[in-house]
Design a protein. Structure first.
Ligand SMILES: [Fe+2]
Lengths: 257, 278
């Protein structure tokens, strides 16, 4: 067991870059051994970079192919992969960039955005509220009804035209140059009929969505919307938002309290 | 005596690129192998397609992260995710690789070779038994391609593989391409390898392509099966009889039609041999 442990530790330390080749332990000995071990050293990095390249096309475009390769390698050195599933390594890249992995803030924002897209892609399936569910609700139950949002939804505040760049790449079009937005936008990332989508939220809409996350009722939403709309308009606005969210497939339940 | 499930015929590894064609057409594929880790997710498209395809094809599960040879403890999260997936798609069997993939919690996402010693056999056998108890079924273990061998090894790979299969009472996935690649890299005769594995325990065969452009052959799964591997497959068929066979392509994925042509070649290599034996 100890011999096995020692061999695996030395092998891995070499692959991770912290130890010389275990030339005394492998056949054939000498320089040929390091050439052969090099295959494992390279494969570890290339496999991770390949997966990251698929999940972060926007980041690769912003950083350029060489820059992207350098970023990935720096991240891999700083944060060795810890999860058995390669699919989760993207979280390390987004964290790495947010904690100073690059001087360019638009890179960190793009990495977080693309990681959010990846998380939404295969997040848990949940029931979807339909228009029929709303129609079945008696008028007297509206004020106390609690809309509940879908668990697969992610939110991100964007200060750059990150979403426009990624959307162009997804369409196969030429992406615009990176630009800071005049006004930061609140984006929502979700899944509609299994396709990942994202769009900017209006200010009152974002506040209303936050509120239902905290358990607000339809009545609470009306009150909240007074911050943006005249008293006689708020019920209409709240109902319009609710219908839109249902059409977008953001709601998983309408709880009668 | 054979402990294996009867042959499912000729299959393919399921790849995202072929989802729609697999569902829309009527491809001549008898069964599909899925990469288990790709479906260890909560929902969305992967599981949607998986379940629709499962309605049409027998499936087997193939994993890369069991880490059966590592000195780290078995990962309970991985085993639970594996069992959850198996419970939902009811595969004909579950396979992984005879290798190690990381130690001290690190994940190298690669199939590192094991040292062929009695100690390593005892270590792996104990772990295979525990995995089999947990899953409630026999595990199928695949031979990997390797680029280094260890000086401490006490026996050739086929003896190591065979001893583990016998003592742990598990089954084998014989990757004919890996036998060929390792044979060239380490200078052994791949026929001797195939003749040396316990025939009654071979549940499945992989055929794949490799890269033969450098001093060492690399198992890339990105090219058609080469002539030498077809010859070796014929040799395996003569020894093993009917065994579920599939083409494994992981990179530079060609149109489904190209893989079906390659799969037909496997059928036509196997058919006369199996007829003559019958
Ligand atoms: Fe294989």
């Amino acid at each position: 067991m100890n011999a096995l442990l020692d061999l695996q530790r030395r092998f891995q330390a070499h692959v991770l870059g912290s130890a010389p080749p275990l030339a005394d332990a492998v056949d054939p000995p000498g320089a040929d051994a390091s050439t052969r071990l090099r295959i494992y050293v390279d494969a570890y990095r290339l496999r991770l970079i390949d997966v990251l390249g698929n999940d972060f096309p926007g980041l690769r475009w912003l950083a350029g192919d060489d820059g992207f390769d350098r970023l990935c390698r720096a991240c891999i050195e700083a944060r060795p992969s810890q999860h058995f599933n390669l699919r989760w390594y993207g979280a390390a890249l987004a964290d790495f960039l947010e904690s100073g992995g690059s001087e360019r803030p638009e890179l960190a924002e793009m990495a977080r955005f693309e990681w959010n897209l990846t998380l939404v892609f295969d997040a848990r399936d949940e029931p979807i509220v339909t228009e029929a569910d709303v129609a079945a609700l008696a008028p007297e139950h509206w004020p106390a009804m609690q809309p509940r949002s879908h668990g697969a939804i992610r939110r991100q505040r964007c200060r750059w035209n990150t979403a426009a760049i990624r959307a162009a790449i997804d369409r196969g079009a030429a992406p615009p140059v990176a630009q800071r937005l005049d006004l930061a936008e609140e984006r929502i990332i979700w899944r509609r009929r299994r396709d990942v989508r994202h769009r900017a939220l209006e200010v009152d809409e974002a506040a209303a969505l936050d509120a239902i996350g905290d358990g607000a009722t339809f009545g609470d939403l009306c009150e909240l919307l007074c911050g943006w709309h005249a008293q006689e308009q708020v019920a209409l606005r709240a109902a319009a938002l609710l219908r839109r969210w249902i059409a977008e497939q953001w709601l998983t339940a309408l709880l009668a309290v | 005596m054979s402990r294996t499930t009867p042959s499912l015929g000729f299959g393919l590894g399921l790849r995202v690129e072929h989802y729609d064609e697999m569902l829309a057409g009527d491809p001549t594929v008898d069964w599909l192998e899925i990469l288990s880790e790709n479906y260890m997710v909560e929902g969305g498209k992967p599981l949607h397609y998986l379940h629709r395809l499962r309605e049409r094809f027998p499936m087997v599960m193939h994993g890369v992260s069991l880490n059966i040879g590592s000195v780290d403890p078995l990962n309970p999260d991985y085993l639970k995710a594996l069992k959850r997936l198996a419970d939902s798609i009811e595969p004909a069997w579950i396979s992984d690789h005879l290798c190690w993939t990381g130690v001290d919690g690190a994940q190298l996402h690669d199939l590192m070779p094991l040292v062929h010693t009695e100690d390593a056999i005892a270590h792996v056998v104990d772990r295979v038994r525990r995995v089999q108890d947990f899953l409630g079924r026999r595990l199928v273990l695949e031979n990997v391609s390797s680029y280094v061998s260890y000086r401490q090894s006490e026996m050739p790979e086929w003896e190591f593989l065979g001893a583990i299969a016998e003592r742990a009472d598990c089954l084998l996935l014989l990757d004919v391409n890996n036998v060929y690649v390792s044979g060239r890299n380490h200078g052994f005769d791949p026929r001797v390898y195939i003749d040396g594995v316990p025939a009654g325990r071979v549940q499945q065969i992989h055929l794949a392509g490799h890269d033969d452009s450098g001093p060492v052959i690399i198992d890339t799964h990105d090219a058609p099966v080469c002539e030498a591997v077809w010859d070796l497959y014929a040799h395996a068929m003569r020894r093993l009889g009917p065994v579920s066979t599939m083409i494994e392509r992981d990179d530079r994925i060609p149109p489904l039609g190209d893989l079906l042509i390659e799969l037909d070649r496997a059928r036509s290599v196997a058919a006369p041999i199996l007829r003559a034996a019958a």
